[in-house]
Ligand binder design. Structure first.
Ligand code: ACO
Length: 281
């Protein structure tokens, strides 16, 4: 990313805060701000994440400019993300980083603390945007969950996905358990989580955890082509279609048929209004 990109414009964090969170935010000015890129930017630590990273992601989600239609989530360096910064679990903690949360708090305080971190992932499902994870190298634990939070995953052929949390005595709590089960089913999800084994790109593709697998050198180009295709679709139709598809699994056939009708009525009205506006000059 260089030409046509304005850095950190329109997001609720300054350069220093973003750097402290291990994040970079860029808005593509060529597309008039329709494409935002969120980069995990701590390559020397394989983009290990801290509480600041997750709170930073949440702030980006809260202040995402209206212009944005596609969000690319990527990692700098050889890995997408090595997950939580393991120094979190040492008595010294991560230098310069407050503890993620006080484990001696009440259940309600811990619940609120985890909820605040989950907010960094949840916004990527918003119907008004399409989120695309570009994954090379390792995506471990919280990193795998971040990729799972995105609508579409493009994997480089060297990608390795691993749900490591249970091996550390934890559960996946950054909103990854639902998409994992939705995609691979309970049994396979259980096998992946409880063995904490790594899944290579080809297996990920077979399990439908990746929409595309490409040579590592083609990752950025493939993502750019995908983004161009996504932007070519009418914005209102894209939003309405994502909302429709998101509810399909939970709806009965009758409910989904009704949702299709309601969404289509909205589209027909919008198209008619646009045609009237064009005719009126
Ligand atoms: N936390 C803190 N530092 C990390 C982490 C991490 N999660 N992962 C890597 N690093 C650091 C390493 O300590 C090393 O630092 P150093 O150069 O000062 O020695 C540097 O990043 C490079 O790491 P390497 O292991 O040398 O990189 P490599 O490319 O060979 O391996 C891999 C990458 C596979 C990701 C490996 O680093 C790894 O297994 N990391 C730990 C993954 C993990 O268990 N994460 C927790 C998941 S659970 C959760 O997220 C909730």
């Amino acid at each position: 990313m260089s030409e046509g990109v304005s850095k950190e414009r329109g997001v609720g964090l300054g350069t220093e805060e973003l750097a402290k969170a291990g994040l970079k935010f860029e808005l593509d000015s060529i597309s008039e701000g329709a494409v935002a890129t969120v980069t995990l930017n701590r390559p020397e630590r394989r983009n290990a994440m801290t509480g600041s990273t997750w709170r930073g992601l949440a702030r980006i989600g809260q202040s995402l400019p209206e212009s944005v239609r596609v969000v690319i989530v990527r990692g700098e360096g050889p890995s997408f993300s090595a997950g939580i910064d393991l120094r979190t679990f040492t008595p010294e903690g991560v230098p310069g980083e407050p503890p993620i949360m006080r484990t001696d708090g009440t259940d309600a305080e811990l619940d609120a603390g985890i909820k605040a971190l989950q907010a960094g992932y949840l916004w990527l499902r918003r119907p008004g945007i399409v989120s695309v994870a570009a994954v090379q190298g390792h995506a471990v634990g919280a990193g795998f969950q971040l990729a799972l939070a995105c609508d579409i995953r493009i994997l480089a052929d060297d990608a390795q996905l691993c749900m490591k949390e249970p091996a550390l005595g934890l559960v996946p709590d950054l909103t990854g358990s639902k998409p994992l089960v939705d995609i691979v089913g309970v049994n396979r999800a259980l096998e992946l989580c409880l063995t904490a084994r790594s899944i290579g790109a080809e297996e990920a593709y077979r399990l439908l955890l990746a929409e595309l697998v490409v040579p590592a050198a083609s990752l950025d180009g493939t993502v750019a082509d995908l983004v161009a295709a996504l932007l070519a679709v009418d914005r209102g139709a894209a939003t309405a279609t994502k909302a429709l598809l998101q509810q399909a699994r939970e709806n009965t056939l009758e409910q989904q048929a009704a949702a299709e009708r309601a969404a289509q009525i909205g589209r027909l009205r919008a198209l008619a209004a646009a045609a009237r506006a064009t005719a009126a000059g």
